[in-house]
Design a protein around this ligand. Sequence first.
Ligand code: ADP
Ligand code: MG
Length: 266
Amino acid sequence: MIVVKAGGRALEANLDKILESLAKHFKLGKKLIFVHGGGDTVSRYERLMGLEPRFITSPSGIRSRYTDEKELEVYVMVMAGKLNKEIVARLQALGVKAIGLSGADGALLKAVRKKKLIIVNERGRKRVIKGGYTGSIKEVDVEFLEKILDSRYLAVISPIAIGSEHELLNVDADQAASAIAIAAKAEKLLILTDVEGLILDGKLIHELRADDFEKIKEKIGAGMNRKVMLCVKAVKNGVRAAIISSGLIEDPLSAIEGGRGTRILP
Ligand code: ADP
Ligand code: MG
């Protein structure tokens, strides 16, 4: 099984090619789980609904969306609705039996709601704020996923989880993909984004050993730092290889066969 995640910008710029690539590999008999992002689309709809999207940065430099009750409504509408169903419909058009699920469906992704968040403000000062509706994934229903894949469906998963009080929660899509890959003992995790991979000092890093991450993590900027961290976590927890690669190219899933992007190895 292969878990593929694509970020919102890559999806917006190259949706057809990404879905064609998924369809091609699905038809070759691969078991595929596709996790999509879509932050920019959520932001656009928030603005249409009179809300201003907010982003926060943690002390370790991880940047994420802040989601209050109103923002969660838009988040769920766009992620589980518009984006997920558009992807499902387009995959069907390509002859793929696709099924769209949020992490709340079948309680596929269970998360713990973050009560408090430590953030760093513009002046570099730490501050504690209420957690809003953001969660950390604690459990993945692998059996449910396997049933879907064994029935020869391609699962399209939106980054929403269900909390311990049955509340819907925003979960980061990279985290969702990594958690699913670990729980399902996926052979590969492929994260497609809008750059070629991890770039350090202007050069693409082709291979990174998980143990070398600590030495370079401070040098990686927002967005990529989270991906590399989650890929390291995945390969340290049984996923054989995690690859961060461009989603802007023709047949981006070919990166799993080698060569392209940054490969994180255990
Ligand atoms: P996605 O929507 O795919 O999740 P993100 O914006 O969250 O994309 O993360 C990808 C971004 O990370 C890239 O567009 C790039 O600007 C940024 N980035 C920061 N540091 C690096 C780095 N060292 N190498 C590559 N990209 C980096
Ligand atoms: Mg991102």
